[in-house]
Structure formats: structure tokens, C-alpha cells
Design a protein around this ligand. Structure first.
Ligand code: PLP
Length: 236
């Protein structure tokens, strides 16, 4: 028997039930279906993650959880008590996570961070970088061999480690350009580490993560669930 959660739309207008009555109907349907058992709810307030103003984000996240609790109470009144009340992401981990009735946090990006999440929440280091090689130079512009096929650029532009002030230029499929204003510290063949604009759409581009301590690769972790058909694991 699989335990299942009912997804509640808390304002993101993506997946999930959009009313109390839909939630209760679904719980009743689950109760009448073999092989699955109602365990609780998940209400991911993803629409709050993009809110740069912390005060507004707090207000929006708390409003989203208020809605979750209305649904949870209605489900309980209908005989479906939720053991699990899940929500939250990196941008709201300390808001939703502090809610007394939330039992599980779904935050994931904090593990790696990126240029987008780095400006959203303090307290987590950026641990994910893409190793790139300088493949060309045109005056003040350095061309690296890592573009959108190597680095996620959703929501924020990538950054060069050690040169965070340097403006990223055009990110093409295979080329990532950075425009320097003063001295240009990269020449053909030089390596650089690029912090992705968005880690969730970067990890999915690779088969493995190279775990480094300084400049030494100390482990290689397969990224099993990547890609359509679930990547390497499915091919074996
Ligand atoms: C349903 C759900 N839960 C949790 C998360 C994790 O959020 P974050 O990457 O901000 O930690 C996401 C991210 O897209 C999500 O879609």
C-alpha cells in the first residue's frame, strides 16, 4: 500500500486541488481505491519564492499556509486526518518551516544555491559550479565553452567565481560570455568556475556530480533521476 498526499493549490495555479470540496472528494476517492492510503497534504507555495521583498514574501507564504490549514481542517472534519502537512522551499524554509502545523519542508535548492537563490535567502553557501574553459577573447569580452546547455539561466544570470561583479553577457547554447571592464584575467584555455543562475535546471543537464575538496575530486555521485526516461539507470 502506498501512502499518498493530496496536493493543494495554494496560489501557484499549477497542480493541486483548488477548493475544499475537491480535496474532500479526492480523499473519498483515495479511500475507495485499493493500493493507496491518504496520509496528508502538500501545498507548495512556489509563487512566493520569486518575491524579492522579504516582508511581502512572509505575508504571502503565511496566507498560503492559512489556506492549507483550512483544507486540512475540512479534511479532518470529513474523517481524513492529515499526518503529513508538507510545504516550503528554499525561499520560505524559515517562514513555512516555523508554522506550528507544518510537519515537512520540501526545500531543496539550499543544498547547492545559485545566483538566484543567493540573493533571496542568506545563510547558505553556493556549492554548485560548472567548470568552463575560455574558448575565445574579443577585447574585454571572454567567451567560455559553457552556455545554456551547461548552465541554468532561469530567474538570474550566472556568475563567475572570483569575479562576481563582472557582468554576464550573452548566454548562447554552447557559449557563455562575460564582459570585463578593467583587466581581463582569462586567456584561451584558462579554466573558470561558473555559478549557475538557477541550480535546479543545471543539475538535470549532467550524468554525475564531481564532489571537490579544493581542487581534488573526492567523489563522483551519479544523478540518477535526470532526463526523460530517468537517464543512465533506465539504460542499464
Ligand atoms: C513541489 C515543490 N516542492 C519543493 C520545491 C523546492 O523548492 P526550492 O528549490 O526552492 O528549494 C519545488 C521546486 O520547484 C517544488 O516544485
Amino acid at each position: 500500500v502506498f501512502d499518498v498526499l493530496i496536493e493543494i493549490d495554494v496560489g501557484m495555479q499549477r497542480g493541486g486541488v483548488r477548493s475544499v470540496s475537491e480535496a474532500v472528494t479526492l480523499a473519498q476517492h483515495i479511500a475507495g481505491t485499493g493500493g493507496i492510503r491518504f496520509r496528508g497534504v502538500q501545498g507548495y507555495e512556489g509563487h512566493c519564492m520569486l518575491e524579492p521583498d522579504r516582508t511581502v514574501r512572509v505575508e504571502k507564504a503565511l496566507r498560503a499556509m492559512e489556506h492549507v490549514m483550512i483544507v486540512v481542517d475540512a479534511l479532518a472534519a470529513a474523517g481524513f486526518a492529515a499526518d503529513v502537512v508538507s510545504g516550503g522551499g528554499t525561499g520560505t524554509y524559515d517562514i513555512t518551516g516555523a508554522h506550528p502545523r507544518v510537519t515537512e519542508l520540501q526545500a531543496g535548492s539550499y543544498v547547492f544555491m545559485d545566483a538566484f537563490h543567493g540573493t533571496l535567502v542568506p545563510g547558505f553557501d553556493r556549492s554548485l559550479t560548472v567548470l568552463a574553459t575560455c574558448s575565445g577573447r574579443h577585447g574585454q569580452t571572454v567567451v567560455f565553452d559553457a552556455g545554456r546547455k551547461s548552465v541554468g539561466v532561469d530567474f538570474a544570470a550566472p556568475e563567475l567565481v572570483g569575479h562576481e561583479h563582472v557582468a554576464p553577457g550573452f548566454f548562447a547554447e554552447e557559449h557563455g560570455l562575460f564582459d570585463f571592464s578593467g583587466a581581463v584575467p582569462f586567456d584561451l584555455g584558462d579554466r573558470a568556475r561558473i555559478v549557475p543562475g538557477y541550480a535546479p535546471t543545471t543539475v538535470n543537464l549532467y550524468d554525475v556530480l564531481h564532489v571537490v575538496d579544493g581542487d581534488v575530486v573526492v567523489d563522483v555521485w551519479p544523478i540518477v533521476p535526470r532526463g526523460p526516461g530517468r537517464g543512465l539507470a533506465a539504460a542499464e
